[in-house]
Design a protein around this ligand. Structure first.
Ligand code: SAM
Length: 276
């Protein structure tokens, strides 16, 4: 392994538009890699390798690291830093459009990343809906997003339901802006999502489940009866009847429902649509 430090982030102009806030505290970088619990010889996908500081901590623990970075200015430095570590593959591209299926096929793997905050939700969606299913996701996100991810009934959001459907999120560490260069305007937190082998609730089909959840959250602060009726294109009486069948008061709002209640509703909607 090389002793050469990863490229110095202050040597180039960071792009705010790419969410370039580099973690500079070596102890925190080590801590994040540690919290990921990388199994011996394990594969790690890092999203947004930046100057390679976290990549370095991951490479010391993993059997294989796929480090994706969209900013071409950072690629030569990354390639140079890891030139003598053949188990680290630097991949230039946008994580949302890259095809990684060949590289990750039949490979249990973890995702560890200090995410670019401007596309956190899109990346989380992409991870669970398009990438081969990882075993665990350990990501640094905006603290407010971390709190939304771990929220319970009363404060649920489309993002919380979507992530909690696939895994159990836990907030592990809070980070001050000063841990980064340049410091972001917000506080950050490290979240670990242990991905389930099977969803924790019984749903007829994921498509119906997410269509119902999206419809429910489609109209902010509206009663479920109204939001669902608009989103699922059903009249209000049928919508209220379906909610009653699922044991849910039609006057409740989407943020109050538990995952179990969304699943019950999806089952009732699937039956109704199947018979319609
Ligand atoms: N891993 C480094 C660290 O911990 O210091 C950098 C983290 S920085 C918050 C996010 C990185 O993601 C930046 O290097 C940025 O260029 C990269 N990035 C932004 N959008 C991306 C995308 N769509 N696909 C891949 N990387 C992206």
């Amino acid at each position: 392994m090389t002793d050469r430090p990863a490229a110095d982030p202050s040597a180039f102009a960071p792009k705010k538009s790419l969410g370039q806030n580099f973690l500079r505290d070596p102890h925190l970088l080590e801590k994040i890699a540690e919290l990921a619990d990388i199994p011996a010889g394990g594969t790690v996908l890092e999203i947004g390798a930046g100057t390679g500081a976290l990549t370095r901590a991951l490479a010391a623990r993993a059997g294989r690291v796929l480090a994706v970075e969209v900013d071409e200015r950072l690629i030569p430095g990354l390639q140079q830093t890891f030139a003598d570590q053949p188990h680290v593959e630097i991949i230039h591209g946008d994580i949302l459009t890259l095809d990684l299926s060949e590289r990750l096929r039949d490979t249990p793997y973890l995702i560890v990343a200090n995410l670019p905050y401007y596309i956190t939700s899109a990346i989380l969606r992409h991870i669970f809906e398009h990438l081969p299913r990882p075993q665990r996701v350990v990501v640094t996100v905006q603290r407010e997003v971390a709190e939304r991810l771990i929220a319970g009934p009363g404060d649920m959001s489309l993002l919380a339901v979507s992530v909690q459907f696939y895994g159990q999120p836990r907030l592990l560490l809070r980070l001050k802006p000063a841990a980064f260069w340049p410091p972001p305007e917000v506080e950050s937190a490290v979240v670990r999502i242990d991905v389930y082998e099977r969803p924790p609730v019984d749903v007829p089909d994921e498509g119906v489940f997410f269509r119902v959840v999206r419809a429910g959250f489609g109209q902010k602060r509206k009663q479920l009866r109204n939001a669902l009726s608009a989103g699922l294109r059903l009249d209000k009486e049928s919508t209220a009847a379906l909610l009653h069948q699922a044991g849910i008061d039609p006057q409740r709002r989407a943020e109050t429902l538990s995952l179990d209640e969304w699943a019950a509703l999806a089952r009732v909607v699937a039956l109704y649509e199947g018979g319609a």
